[in-house]
Design a protein around this ligand. Structure first.
Ligand code: HDD
Length: 731
């Protein structure tokens, strides 16, 4: 915590303490306010006798404890959240009448919860999974919830399939395994029979499903929504959140190791960034499509398995969200917050996307069981800032004391209040869409192209991203025990791209078999299956650069965490010099040593150790620096965990710098472990050979000052993928 911040906190605590002292507020009480005289012993018949039923203090305490848990969310159970605010850049009056999107001076408070989908509350943050990205805007017209994910499409097209999807991905019911993982038979059994899920599968098998942090992932509203302006003119809109720190991910090997070292990695990262004043920021972007253009795409705007490529409709950034305050209490806020895609404000409306329509039922229903009744809107985190007036009354845990006899409408006894509000008084008017059609249980024919955008995603990935996707599919399908499921999946992948299917199949040691007539239960009973078979992938685009993380522009090293690997006798000036350079560039240099406590540098100065090798690994950092110092380097050389630390960072394609004798350590640790890294040669020659390895900055005769700029540039790239490609195919 910065110094002035902790001083302020201390002053606040002291003031609170003295206020409490005066009011007697510091005494322990029962829930009825009775001051408790002894909280260490229950009431007994004699010091060695039985406990008495009369002990109402014991009973109250234990009863409350017994009821502390509420049902966890059926999906998105594991999450972390923060408070902040949103500000629009300029008025969007021409597009929407939503008040919070009119005035750049207005700061609308928000509460944002990030989550994984499949795992339980106590599962690891590092699961391969979509991440929930749910934002509650407390606007003056009522709460607006944008309940999205970090992936712009979804597995299924119709909400009626949601329970099946979730049953398939959750732990298998007979033995409750595996936790927070899709790599098992029931998930892939379901998916291999659901061609519509293929686009989403490409995303969840990509590195997007293992983000570096919540702060470095995009968010998407997924469905096409509607903006409606004051004149009642509607336009289609897709929502995007663009993180100002860029979009970055982990490698699967890292995710697995971090799960052991720090399963709270994402939660901790968000918490610590906010405590350190490094407030995470996202820009809200919109893609706008005029109503007349609804049919101009080669996909259906109402189909949630499709995105609108940014090359076809650009994302316009309309405002910024900043998260600047951690919750005070996890349960009261993060656990009890209740989101709902149907929490709308005037100026924003739904479309007929059948996934969205089904969601509109599910979210209220789930809060009734999770939060215990219809009054969950009165829980502080869910309370709108806008005043509430209606005739809803009573029910479990009602907080509001409504006065007077009138709880109906129309009335005269209450002066006609509360009254309906006309549109110009802020009343919500549903968009008056014309709805031709008969009542049918049917999927629109325009929803049946399941492979074009999956193929677009695959083609748009860079070489390393494609390789990671192949490896993820090999991992997941490799865990599937039923071979026909694997076969069906590989056959399905071959509809996206034959090369992709071939590579996955090779790892699984099986051939790619064509699946005749894809099983697709969404074809109507009287429909001719031929009419509903997915067409050959056609799209007006060959590639979409926006779909690749590797190709995205990289800017700065703000908040990136660099490990400075040291032992006693380290070159103290080098440590300080690098720390200063990193901090000046917005990053952090943390001292990682062979033990905890503090250590003595060669110049006699004392350095506080931030992390010990006993509890950390380079997977928790973005880059590594090894300073010189004879004694420090020889201690590191004798420590297998220190060698592994740098080897891992190398394998994970991170930036690594070394100065002085630190270079010899790097050479000994990495050169010995990966001799093939040196451009195919099996024998190492001189240290300067490494200079061809982008991301490796070695300077035996230089100070950190001389190499800091180069190192910082290397960290900015996030990863140096050429290394991975070379390691995978030594010549
Ligand atoms: Fe959902 C929670 C996002 C489809 C039913 N969903 C939930 C959360 C997020 C999403 C971020 C967690 C909110 C929080 O942090 O409390 N859900 C999505 C997205 C979807 C989607 C982006 C597709 C575009 N969801 C979806 C469907 C259904 C649900 C089709 C049911 C028909 N979702 C729920 C739920 C949850 C939920 C059961 C569980 C806990 C909760 O609502 O409050 O109602």
């Amino acid at each position: 915590m910065p110094k002035d911040r902790s001083k302020r906190e201390n002053e606040k605590t002291a003031a609170l303490d003295s206020a409490r002292e005066k009011s007697g507020d510091h005494f322990l009480t029962t829930d009825q306010g009775l001051r408790i005289n002894d909280d260490q012993n229950s009431l007994k018949a004699g010091a060695r006798g039985p406990t008495l039923l009369e002990d109402f203090i014991l009973r109250e305490k234990i009863t409350h404890f017994d009821h502390e848990r509420i049902p966890e969310r059926v999906v998105h159970a594991r999450g972390a959240a923060a408070h902040g605010y949103f500000q629009v850049y300029k008025s969007l009056a021409s597009l929407t009448r939503a008040k919070f999107l009119q005035d750049p001076q207005v700061k609308t408070p928000v509460f944002v919860r990030f989550s994984t989908v499949a795992g339980s509350r106590g599962s690891s943050d590092l699961a391969r999974d979509a991440r929930g990205f749910a934002v509650k805007f407390y606007t003056e017209e009522g709460n607006y919830d944008l309940v999205g994910n970090n992936i712009p499409v979804f597995f299924i097209q119709d909400a009626v399939k949601f329970p099946d999807l979730v049953h398939a991905v959750k732990p298998e019911p007979h033995h409750e395994m595996p936790q927070a993982a899709s790599a098992h038979d029931t998930f892939w059994d379901f998916i291999s029979l659901m061609p519509e899920s293929m686009h989403m599968i490409m995303w969840v098998m990509s590195d997007r499903a293992i983000p570096r942090s919540f702060r470095m992932m995009e968010g998407f509203g997924v469905h096409t929504f509607r903006f409606v302006n004051a004149k009642g003119v509607g336009r289609f809109v897709k929502f995007h959140w663009k993180p100002l720190l860029g979009v970055h991910s982990l490698l699967w090997d890292e995710a697995q190791k971090i799960s052991g070292l720090d399963p709270d990695f994402h939660r901790r990262d968000l918490w610590e960034a906010i405590e350190a004043g490094q407030y995470p920021e996202w820009e809200l972007g919109v893609q706008i499509v005029e109503e007349k253009d609804e049919q101009k795409f080669d996909f259906d705007l109402l189909d949630p398995t499709k995105l609108i490529p940014e090359e076809l409709v650009p994302v316009v950034r309309i405002g910024k969200m900043t998260l600047d305050r951690n919750p005070d209490n996890f349960f009261a806020e993060t656990e009890q917050v209740a989101f709902h895609p149907g929490h709308l404000v005037p100026g924003i409306d739904f479309t007929n996307d059948p996934l969205l329509q089904g969601r509109l039922f599910s979210y209220t229903d789930t809060q009734l069981i999770r939060l215990g009744g219809p009054n969950f809107h009165e829980i502080p985190i869910n309370r709108p800032l806008a005043p509430l007036h209606n005739n809803q009354r009573d029910g479990h845990m009602r907080q509001t004391i409504n006065s007077g006899p009138v709880s109906y409408q129309p009335n005269t006894l209450g002066g006609g209040c509360p009254m309906q509000a006309k549109a110009d008084m802020g009343g919500f008017l549903s968009y008056a869409e014309r709805l031709p059609g008969s009542k049918v249980r049917e999927r629109s024919k325009s929803f049946f192209d399941h492979f074009s955008q999956a193929a677009l995603f695959w083609r748009s990935q860079s070489e390393p991203e494609q390789e990671h996707l192949v490896q993820a599919l090999q991992f997941e399908l490799g865990k599937v025990e039923n071979l026909p499921i694997r076969e069906r999946m590989v056959g399905m992948l071959s509809q996206i791209d034959k090369g992709l299917a071939g590579r996955v199949a090779e790892g699984l040691g099986m051939p790619v078999k064509r699946i005749e007539g894809l099983l697709n239960l969404s074809i109507p009973a009287d429909g001719d299956p031929k009419d509903f078979q997915p067409k050959r992938a056609v799209t007006s685009l060959d590639k979409s650069a926006a779909l690749s993380m590797v190709l995205a522009p990289k800017e700065g090293i703000q908040t990136r965490k660099v490990a400075i690997l040291v032992a006693d006798g380290v070159d103290g000036e080098a440590v300080k010099g690098m720390q200063m350079a990193l901090v000046a560039a917005g990053g952090q240099g943390k001292i990682v040593a062979t033990r905890s406590g503090s250590l003595k540098a060669a110049n006699g100065s004392e350095l506080k150790i931030d992390f010990s090798l006993l509890t950390t690994g380079s997977v928790l950092f973005d880059a590594v620096y090894i300073p010189g110092g004879e004694q420090s380097v020889s201690a590191l050389l004798r420590t297998p965990k220190a060698r592994m630390f740098v080897q891992d960072a190398y394998l994970h394609c991170k930036a690594i710098a070394a100065t002085g004798k630190g270079v010899a350590f790097f050479e000994a640790a990495v050169g010995a472990a990966y001799p093939e890294a040196e451009h195919g040669s099996k024998t190492r020659q001189t240290p300067k050979d490494w200079s061809q390895d982008s991301g490796i900055v070695l300077a035996p005769d230089s100070s950190p000052k001389q190499i800091a700029a180069r190192f910082i540039k290397a960290i900015e790239m996030h990863r140096h993928w050429a290394r991975e490609i070379r390691l995978a195919s030594p010549s």
